[in-house]
Design a protein around this ligand. Structure first.
Ligand code: TYM
Length: 334
């Protein structure tokens, strides 16, 4: 029996992924590989919607791919490749952009946030059409499942709408995908500003836990995480966002219930709690970091694996793209 398809990706927008990417997405990816025919992509075409230094972009692309593998994505089982190596992504994005409403695209909250941050002169048209490219990524592979963090939900909703619209206008072509979003762990917050989402491209790195940071740096950031003055290890997102975020991370990485962690630290201070959390994070990150750095020592081999996987992805993508061209009425080369 053929397995259902899965698609997901991350932007190579930093030297390292952060713990939100790891808990919100990578841990799910790792767990879903058996049950799905999975495609995991380093979305470099998305990353260039904001300015990137060319040499650094190449470096970040390899680093992102290495971290996927180090965290447990297996390129022999899943298809792990770089988006720009499969031109069908950009080709389908163009077609989908012609059925996307201007108003519909304008309502995307991530675009609104980012364009506000950069100002309209610095905001590219590519940033505006970013979600359409994301829809193309997913629809190209007829993916049923899209495991992502909470912040990508609106983009997957747009993808569903575009799939349904295309199908009803041109005939059944696309599988309508579903987002797969875990509860609490779908949004990890910044350790210094626990009401803001943790982001790998944040202005300040003090509250961001990077997978590839030196372990001592990570440990220090955990010990300095913002808490509150109550002194009780208790989950309460509204009143105690800092402690609640740390509890979420602790539970996700240890596989324990939040209540069991609260019990363990009852009557003890935040110092003990943070030390416990630090040990859990370091134990999780250390092997991933070591493996990623090892993979990055042989970039020729890494590039070879990515190219072979891109060939596999191209084959699957071409099938969808040629059906789309046909349906839309583009005259095919004889
Ligand atoms: P990106 O690169 O921002 O993030 C990669 C993945 O990590 C999740 N994530 C988080 N989860 C929990 N807490 C956080 N603080 C946190 N920060 C990030 C994201 O939800 C995401 O799952 N647009 C996408 C990339 C993309 C994509 C796709 C994803 C392009 N095409 C197709 C899925 C399918 C993005 O910018 O992710």
């Amino acid at each position: 029996m053929t397995k259902p398809r899965l698609f997901s990706g991350m932007q190579p927008s930093a030297d390292s992924l952060q713990i939100g990417n790891y808990i919100g997405a990578l841990m799910q990816w790792r767990g879903m590989q058996d049950d799905y025919d999975a495609f995991f992509t380093v979305v470099d075409l998305h990353a260039i919607t904001v300015p990137q230094d060319p040499a650094r972009l190449r470096e970040k692309t390899r680093r992102t791919a290495a971290q996927y593998i180090a965290a447990g994505v297996e390129p022999s089982r899943s298809t792990l490749y770089v988006q720009s190596q499969v031109p069908a992504h950009a080709e389908l994005a163009w077609i989908l952009s012609t059925i996307t409403g201007f108003g519909e695209a304008s309502r995307m909250t991530q675009f609104k946030d980012k364009s506000q941050r950069y100002g309209s002169d610095q905001t590219s048209v590519g940033l505006f059409t970013y979600p359409v490219l994301m829809a193309a990524d997913i629809l190209l592979f007829q993916a049923e499942a899209v495991p992502v963090g909470d912040d990508q939900k609106q983009h997957v909703e747009l993808t569903r709408n575009l799939a349904e619209r295309f199908n009803s206008r041109f005939g059944e072509t696309f599988t309508v995908p579903k987002p797969v979003i875990q509860g609490e762990t779908a949004r990890i917050y910044d350790l210094q500003e626990p009401t803001a989402k943790m982001s790998k491209s944040a202005d300040s790195q003090a509250g961001v836990l990077y997978l590839l940071d030196d372990i001592n740096v990570t440990a220090k950031k955990v010990m300095r995480a913002v808490t509150d003055s109550e002194g009780v290890v208790r989950y309460d997102r509204a009143e105690k966002p800092g402690v609640s975020n740390l509890l979420t991370i602790y539970a996700a990485l240890s596989g324990r219930e939040i209540s069991s962690i609260e019990d363990e630290y009852a009557g003890r201070g935040y110092g003990d709690f943070k030390k416990g959390l630090r040990d859990v994070i370091v134990a999780e990150f250390e092997p991933v970091r070591a493996r990623a750095l090892e993979l990055l020592e042989d970039t020729a081999e890494l590039d070879r694996v990515l190219s072979a996987n891109a060939d596999r992805a191209s084959e699957a993508a071409e099938e969808t793209l040629s059906a789309v061209y046909e349906r839309v009425g583009l005259l095919r080369r004889g």
